[in-house]
Design a protein around this ligand. Structure first.
Ligand code: SAH
Length: 222
């Protein structure tokens, strides 16, 4: 790895290892997720001025009033999608910084990620290119509509909170597929929900209380 990718001081491998240890202490058990956290240079996914804080377990601003999610939540959501089997194709809604997509790209065959704000999508693509992860496809659009051309997906991860789960996303989940999504009003408490699609119904399990930026939902434009 080049020096800016591997990091030094507050962005070093040692700091990443400590973050993984902290997440393990908070209850993240899956080795594959913890290893991906150890390998992924989160400092490249935030502005340089914030890089010394990149391995704190907190959400950080990424511009456009958006945030890179808290590492614990990223790990928790990723972990929830890896059982009972590793999904092949994953749809992520809300690319943001691209950090979550970079983690997923190391764990599954292909990641499709959709972001509403063009500039964030472009920056994320550039970061992921720099890390030489080639199995991520990017799209700039309203993710409430999913990405029908590539559906169905074995797993869907939504990283912005709608008030209600969009039907299009439920439709684009394969049978046996899982979706992890925060649901609720911005001001109120959101619930992180895990949905499993069975042959004839959807099963729903609540994971924990979370706080995400809202999923912006508008009329279909394309
Ligand atoms: N997964 C990101 C964090 C995402 S923050 C990361 O790892 O950094 C939530 C993101 O969802 C923001 O970038 C926001 O612009 C985006 N977003 C909000 N509403 C959206 C919509 N309808 N479609 C696609 N992206 C949306």
């Amino acid at each position: 790895m080049s020096r800016d990718i591997s990091g030094i001081g507050m962005t070093s491998q040692r700091t990443r290892d400590r973050l993984a240890e902290r997440l393990q202490a908070k209850g993240i058990r899956d080795r594959r997720v913890l290893n991906a956290i150890r390998r992924t240079p989160r400092h490249l996914f935030v502005e340089e001025a914030l890089s010394s804080r990149a391995y704190e377990d907190t959400a950080l601003p990424i511009g456009h009033c958006q945030t890179i999610s808290q590492p614990y939540i990223v790990a928790r959501m990723t972990e929830a999608l890896l059982v009972p089997g590793v999904p092949r194709e994953v749809l992520e809604i809300g690319t943001g910084s691209g950090y979550q997509a970079a983690l997923l790209a190391q764990l599954v065959e292909h990641v499709y990620t959709v972001e509403l704000i063009r500039e964030l999508s472009v920056q994320a693509r550039e970061r992921i290119r720099k890390l030489r992860l080639k199995n991520v496809s990017f799209k700039q659009s309203d993710g409430s509509w999913g990405w029908p051309e590539h559906a169905p997906f074995d797993a869907i991860m939504v990283t912005a909170a709608p008030e209600e789960i969009p039907d299009a996303l439920l439709d684009q989940l394969s049978i046996g597929g899982r979706m992890v999504i925060p649901v609720g009003r911005k001001s109120g408490m959101q619930r992180l929900v895990l949905i499993t699609r069975l042959a004839d119904r959807y099963e729903q399990e609540e994971l924990e209380a979370v706080s995400f930026v809202p999923l912006v939902q508008g009329p279909k434009t394309s």
